[in-house]
Design a protein around this ligand. Structure first.
Ligand SMILES: [Ca+2]
Ligand SMILES: [Ca+2]
Ligand SMILES: [Ca+2]
Length: 324
């Protein structure tokens, strides 16, 4: 009968890479442990004091890590604070930088108002005078602005106002767009254990790994939102990247005309014979005229539009759950 002697340490559920374990070849990082002293990563009582790895006082910078739950990656050393993060070399052994980030502050912004310049745009109405009432009978059309004479050998009894144009378009403009870039009021850093580190023993069912140095915390992480495992109860959600597509929509200047027509026996006469201000409005003269004057106006109307906030900040987030 052959008895297989096993001195395997108790770290079966520990996987420092959070993926398929490359278990077995326990080369172990012996660097940093002088000969004869306790190597905290090898499951052996190197200094023969009866205590292995994490159980040995000499491994004060190591600690027993809770088992990493399925679906989570880690363990990692995590920093979150208002100051710039310390380097991973200062984390107490989690020397591999995984990612940086923080809590993201996206400030609201306003877009500059859109304006329209009517320079160069012309609105010139047309008035048609008619021999009969209700815009019927012989027609006499004239296009222009100011005092326009309608002289006819026949009586004129009604006028119709037509809006034309505009000729040209109002020019849009706006001030500079000032959008404060997103900022990290709290900065974060995630540091992982060195590749190939084999956790030590001396823990009951757990793994002996470096103890994160202040101000780092021992955490696990995942890219989606999930309730924290009981062994890692303190949750943080940090942003590790973002895409900013915010801006202001383009300014537009829809351009239109208004117009008026006021008929007199002669310009300057206080008696108004008829007036119109609507497109295609037909009005009868209060008395028929052979020599009719019409004061015509055309006004450019610019209607600024656009200049509204558009786009979003899209973030990449990481959920961290920490021992403390
Ligand atoms: Ca040891
Ligand atoms: Ca020992
Ligand atoms: Ca010792």
């Amino acid at each position: 009968m052959l008895a297989l002697a096993c001195s395997v340490n108790t770290t079966t559920s520990f996987d420092p890479e959070g993926g398929a374990g490359s278990g077995g070849a326990a080369a172990g990082g012996t660097g940093g442990f002088p000969p004869g002293s306790e190597n905290c990563e090898n499951g052996t009582d190197d200094d023969s004091d009866g205590q292995v790895d994490c159980a040995d006082d000499d491994c004060a910078t190591y600690a027993c890590s809770p088992t990493i739950p399925a679906g989570w990656e880690g363990p990692v050393a995590f920093y979150l604070g208002p100051e710039a993060p310390p380097e991973c070399d200062q984390s107490g052994g989690f020397t591999q930088k995984r990612s940086d980030g923080g809590t993201l502050d996206v400030s609201p912004y306003t877009c500059p108002a859109c304006a329209c310049d009517p320079a160069g745009v012309v609105c010139t109405p047309t008035v048609i005078s008619y021999a009969d009432e209700n815009c019927s009978g012989a027609q006499l059309p004239k296009t222009g602005v100011g005092c326009v004479g309608f002289d006819s050998p026949d009586d004129q009894n009604s006028i119709r106002l037509q809006f034309n144009g505009p000729a040209g378009a109002c020019s849009p403009s706006s001030g500079p767009t000032l959008i404060p870039p997103p900022s990290y009021p709290q900065q974060a850093r995630i540091c992982g254990l060195p590749t190939g580190l084999v956790p030590g023993g001396g823990c009951s069912g757990e793994a002996c790994i470096p103890r994160p140095a202040t101000p780092f915390s021992l955490c696990v992480h995942r890219p989606d939102a999930a309730p924290c495992p009981t062994a890692f109860p303190v949750v943080h959600t940090i942003v590790t990247g973002f895409q900013d597509t915010r801006g202001c929509s383009a300014c537009n200047c829809p351009t239109n005309c208004t117009a008026t027509a006021v008929a007199y026996d002669f310009c300057g006469d206080p008696e108004v014979l008829a007036s119109a201000n609507q497109p295609n409005q037909c009005v009868n003269l209060s008395s028929s005229q052979q020599n009719l004057d019409v004061v015509m106006t055309g006004t450019v109307v610019c209607s600024p539009s656009g200049g509204q906030p558009a786009g979003t900040v899209t973030t990449t987030e990481v959920t961290l759950c920490c021992v403390t």
